[in-house]
Structure formats: C-alpha cells, structure tokens
Design a protein around this ligand. Structure first.
Ligand code: SAM
Ligand code: SF4
Ligand code: SF4
Length: 346
C-alpha cells in the first residue's frame, strides 16, 4: 500500500529517491556501436550475480526509502533466465507501483506473454533503424526481423502504449528520424529520440555525431508541423511533445540539455553495486554486505547514508567540459567494467 509508506529520502540537493534501475545481466546479444563497440569484454563473474532472493531483499529495503518504480535493464535483460519469475516477485513487494523493462526485443517474441502475466507494467524496445542492412551494420547482427517480431508479440500480449527508444547518431541513422516517427505513430507506439551520450562504453563518441534535441525537433517540424510541448512528469527523462495532426513523441536530451536537477534514479548492477548516477565512478558494494550477513537495519542504514550524501549530476558536469570526448578510456573500462553502460544499466 503505497500511501502508507513515507515519501522518499532526499539527497543533498533535495532530490528524492523514487526510481531504481536494475541491471539483471551485463551480457548482450547485440553490439550496438554507441554502447559496445569493442570486440572483447570483461564479463562479471556469474557467481557474483545477485540471485532473485537477494534482489527481492534489496528492493524490499529500498521501497520504504522511497523507491516506487523499477526498470529492469542490462545488458540485454531477456538473457537472464526465468526473468518473468523475478518480475512476479518484485511486483509483490509493498510500495512497488510500476515495473518497466528496456530490451532490444530480440528474445521478446517468446517471453512477452509471460512477462505480461508476471505483472510487468510497461515495455520499452530499442529500435534505431527500420532498414535490415543498417541494423546489421549498427548492431553486428542481422536481427531486425526478430526485434519487430518481439514488438508485435508485446502488442498482442497487451502492452500499450509501447515505448520505442531511438538513439540518433548523425551520419549513422539520423536520416530515419522522420520514418521511425511515422512507423511509431501508425502503430500507436510512443517513440523517444535519445541524444547520443558520451557515457561509459561509448568509446567512439564525438560531439559532431550528436543530433541535438533542437535539430531533431526542427526535422520533425519540417515534416509533421511544429510540435508543441505536452505534459511531462517532472522527473521523467523524456520531454514529451504533441504533433498538430495528433500523436505524441519524446526527446531525451541528456547530452545537450541534461535533467540532473530532477533525477530520482539509482542504479543497481547485476553483481550488486549501487550507483547514484550513470556517470558515477564510485558505487556501493551491496553484494558484499548481503553476503557478509548484513541485517535489514544495516542495509537500510547503508542505503540511507548513500542516498542522503548524493551530489551526482554527471551529465551536467559533462556539459560544462570545454572539449568533450568519450567520458572514460579503454584502459579504465578494462580495469573497471562497472563503468560500462551495459553493466550499469541504461
Ligand atoms: N539492451 C537493452 C536495450 O538496448 O534496450 C537494455 C540496455 S541499453 C544499455 C538501454 C538503453 O540505453 C537503450 O535504449 C540504448 O539505446 C541506450 N543507450 C546505450 N548506449 C547509449 C549511448 N551511448 N547514448 C544514448 N543512449 C544509449
Ligand atoms: Fe545495444 Fe542494449 Fe546491448 Fe547496449 S545493452 S549493445 S544498447 S542492445
Ligand atoms: Fe541522473 Fe546522473 Fe543522468 Fe544526471 S547524469 S540525470 S544525475 S543519472
């Protein structure tokens, strides 16, 4: 019963704890150029991966501190065995109101129904192109048809509206801004354009490749008429817009107009490290405490101390950098794979 729980604890800047992103695996079946451009990766040891019991225990400790919304992510979350069982367990925790999942959709056709039955509330599918040849070039796999089959299965299972994430990179897929929006509008999905971020494993990031929110809106205005701002929840990453002919879409302007001031999100890696920001280099090793026998009270104390001392505003700090390039280098990533976006959870 959410109304019986106190409001979220606040960090140094008064931002409440409300959202938790849980990366259930660092593995992925794609190699998107903006996320995993390398040939080889250091994977987290399987024995370090939090079990469903451990995840359930942590979420049950975080709900009384304010966490209401969960997002399951990765790596590719559908690679985690029995994921629907985890969703069902998390959905039963008092205080948890909403569970969402971000996926590349490749394994979704087989899992959509079970996820829906388990109590998954919302689904986001990443889709950067509608061209099979380009999908292969941008992800290393010829699997566009699998993603589209996953999308259809999700619709049939009952998810609505489904969100689509398109990371727009100049020179790679920016010529599909209009066609992807048309596709989403026709099918009743809500497309969110994401600015290319210089985060974690985005080693090839260059400022020139970022198509800014302003440019995205210009292109849309040219084709569909001027979009007007639509009501957007205050702590949502995507700013929503309404088209004159009907239909909505969103833009996540993390690179050119960051929204750290309203960020209520914490992130848990598959091996139990808690991070207060996508760009954070220091985290809290919750797995160690769990496996060393910490009591519920001790976990609550650790979580409270972690959030109430939070000062992170990674994307705003990146914006203030005079000459931007990838935020970490290859050697740093090898030393600490937790800095990867696919480990921390996007
Ligand atoms: N594998 C799943 C997927 O791709 O949907 C979930 C994990 S992925 C890290 C989560 C989201 O982060 C995806 O929508 C992906 O497009 C986005 N992402 C990854 N790297 C990014 C980057 N450098 N800039 C912006 N978004 C990025
Ligand atoms: Fe692409 Fe998601 Fe895999 Fe990263 S984790 S390579 S964004 S599918
Ligand atoms: Fe939140 Fe960090 Fe992203 Fe800013 S950069 S919105 S603080 S996760």
């Amino acid at each position: 019963m959410a109304h019986e729980l106190p409001p979220g604890i606040q960090d140094v800047f008064g931002r409440v704890l409300a959202n938790l992103r849980i990366s259930v695996t660092d593995r992925c079946n794609l190699r998107c150029h903006y996320c995993m451009p390398e040939r080889e990766y250091e994977w987290l040891p399987k024995a370090d991966r939090l079990t469903f019991e451990e995840l359930e225990r942590l979420v049950a400790r975080m709900a009384p501190l304010g966490v209401r919304n969960l997002r399951i992510t990765g790596g590719e979350p559908l690679l985690r065995r029995e994921l629907a069982q985890l969703i069902a367990r998390l959905a039963r925790i008092p205080g948890i109101e909403d569970i969402a999942l971000t996926t590349n959709g490749i394994l979704l056709a087989d899992q959509a129904e079970a996820l829906w039955q388990a109590g998954l509330s919302r689904l986001t599918i990443s889709l950067d192109t509608l061209r099979p040849d380009r999908f292969r070039k941008l992800t290393g796999q010829d699997r566009l048809s699998a993603t589209l089959a996953g999308l259809e299965a999700a619709q049939s299972a009952g998810f609505a509206p489904i969100k689509l994430n398109m990371v727009v990179c100049r020179g790679s897929n920016d010529d599909e801004v209009e066609s992807l929006l048309e596709f989403a509008l026709e099918a009743g999905h809500e497309l969110r354009f994401i600015e290319y971020m210089d985060v974690g494993g985005a080693l090839d990031w260059r400022q020139e490749q970022v198509l800014s929110k302003g440019e995205i809106l210009e292109r849309i205005a040219h084709r569909f008429g001027t979009p007007e701002p639509a009501p957007t929840p205050p702590s949502a990453p995507a700013q929503r817009f309404q088209l004159p002919g009907g239909g909505r879409f969103g833009v996540i302007a993390s690179t050119t107009a960051p929204f750290c001031g309203t960020c209520t999100r914490a992130r848990l890696t598959a091996d139990g490290w808690l991070y207060a920001c996508l760009y954070a280099t220091q985290g809290l090793d919750l797995r160690k405490h769990l496996r060393d026998g910490a009591t519920d009270e001790q976990l609550t104390e650790l979580l409270t101390a972690g959030w109430t001392s939070r000062r992170d505003r990674g994307a705003e700090e990146r914006l203030a950098q005079p000459a931007r390039e990838a935020s970490v280098d290859r050697e740093e990533l090898r030393r600490d794979p937790h800095l990867e976006m696919h480990t921390k959870g996007g």
